[in-house]
Design a protein around this ligand. Structure first.
Ligand SMILES: [Zn+2]
Length: 487
């Protein structure tokens, strides 16, 4: 083996370290830590984690079907595609079979959608070529000219200002390495994308230091040149090639074809469970996803369906408030049309005692240890938000403790994700989790513990039940210092 190839192989192997090969003593799927129900909580036993997990698998299968029918690179339950329509029909059918009323799809016209058709990225030096299979264009990034780009490659290390200033980046394909594990945004590594583009780069690759070789879909990164994320194994191999190239620098070939597709549609899927009054509880979950989207947002949709099933079995006279369910079009493409509709219809929330956003509600605690991602039988702690009275805060905290929902030590100041733009229109709450595999092709049903799905869905059911014992004004946010209500 030539020395350069050998070096590359050793480098790639370093991030490919194997997990210990001891034999497992339990079946993981059956052995996630489980909170047992007290006798007084047995009414929540019908919320079954394995049953809910099937809904995650169903949604993942919609994504896989789309992938396997002509969309091998940019796939998921993507707004405006057949996968979106399949998913909407699937959810509508679930709402109907549960017996919800007023089940329907509210259609929206999408603005032009960014649809990458195909791409290839390769790096070469000294007669060796690396096919960088995990390169994934950041959302809405620039297409290349049809003939592609061929650029000199530069390794910018961690993209500190000192490293960038020490190199000539003009017209180059710049690779930077980041341990900003949970970011899929413009903000990664102190806005490295912008700092590199401002120095004249022609293309940028972000090597995400999540062990393995995952493809991750980033949100828009705010620069006007082609930008890609890259799996660690590919990224380390590319850096080794660049760093060992010697007098003739490594070069990168990039070809990215994108169509901006007009006239697509998406929808909000509605269902209603009438209660004893016209006051409401509103449950939302976004339907869109990248890749299999098991956690984001297969789990949230599964939790929403689980709540519909649970409350549908309770007699209407015992359901104080009407519960409205909405599978929203989502926000991955930036249009968030369902959310805009909510934000523009304040009156919709005039009698809402509680708004719950079901988003990324359950995943396994993965641990980065000795250069590999280890699976565990634990549940990932959640960031969480609650906006309402002190009584609501206590109801939420008690339910999490009662059913074993692990959270960050402090709640967030505001709701991230789907509910951000309308969180203040009613008392509201959510948990939300991301994790190493968020927005990647490794975010599969395999990392969704049924026990975690049961725990969060039971907790939400208990929160709704406890809120239904309170009057509207006892749930709402306390008046602000200016004297007006904050919602
Ligand atoms: Zn989400």
């Amino acid at each position: 083996m030539p020395r350069r190839i050998l070096l590359l192989a050793i480098f790639a192997g370093a991030v490919h370290a194997q997990a210990p090969q001891t034999k497992p003593l339990y079946v993981l799927e059956d052995s996630y830590i489980n909170w047992r129900l007290l006798p007084s909580e047995q009414s929540y036993a019908s919320i079954d984690g394995k049953h809910l997990k099937q809904y995650v698998v169903d949604q993942a299968n919609i994504s896989l079907h789309y992938r396997d029918n002509g969309h091998p690179q940019f796939w998921g339950r993507i707004s405006g595609t057949e996968a979106d329509a399949d998913n909407a029909r699937w959810l509508e059918e679930k709402f109907r079979s549960i017996g919800l009323s007023e089940v329907h799809q509210q259609s929206f016209d999408l603005p032009e959608q960014w649809m990458p058709q195909s791409w290839t990225v390769s790096a070469s030096a000294g007669g060796t070529t690396l096919d960088l299979q995990t390169a994934q264009p950041t959302y809405r990034t620039q297409a290349t000219p049809a003939e592609g780009l061929e650029l000199e490659a530069v390794d910018a290390g961690l993209a500190t200002d000192a490293e960038l200033d020490a190199r000539d980046l003009k017209g180059k394909a710049v690779f930077f390495y980041t341990t900003d594990y949970f970011s899929r945004h413009a903000t990664i590594s102190n806005r490295a994308w912008k700092r590199i583009a401002d120095r004249g780069a022609a293309a940028i690759f972000s090597i995400l230091a999540v062990p393995g070789n995952i493809r991750t879909q980033f949100y828009p990164v705010g620069v006007s040149i082609p930008t890609f994320s890259l799996g660690l194994q590919d990224g380390v191999a590319a850096r080794a090639m660049i760093d060992h190239a010697g007098a003739t620098p490594a070069r990168v070939k990039i070809r990215l074809a994108v169509n901006m597709v007009p006239n697509l549609k998406t929808s909000t899927v509605w269902g209603t469970l009438p209660g004893a009054t016209d006051e409401t509880v509103v449950i939302v979950a976004h339907r869109d996803a990248w890749f299999q989207g098991a956690n984001d947002n297969g789990t949230g949709v599964a939790t929403m369906i689980g709540l519909a099933e649970y409350f549908a079995k309770i007699p209407q006279s015992q359901r104080r408030r009407t519960i409205i369910f909405a599978g929203t079009s989502g926000h991955h493409d930036g249009s968030a049309l369902s959310g805009k509709w909510f934000a523009e219809h304040k009156e919709f929330f005039s009698k809402t005692a509680l708004l719950i956003n079901c988003e990324h509600t359950a995943d396994e605690e993965l641990v980065l240890s000795n250069g590999v991602i280890r699976k565990t039988n634990g549940t990932s702690p959640q960031t969480w938000y609650v906006g309402g009275s002190h009584k609501l805060e206590q109801i939420v905290v008690n339910a999490f403790q009662e059913f074993g929902v692990a959270t960050y030590a402090e709640p967030e100041r505001a709701a991230a994700g789907e509910m951000g733009r309308y969180q203040n229109l009613a008392p509201s709450m959510q948990v939300i989790d991301t994790g190493y595999y968020w927005h990647s092709d490794f975010e599969t049903p395999e990392i969704i513990p049924p026990t975690a799905l049961a725990a969060i869905t039971r907790a939400y059911a208990k929160i709704i039940t406890d809120v239904n014992a309170l009057n509207l004004e006892d749930v709402q946010r306390p008046p602000t210092s200016s004297g007006g209500a904050n919602n």
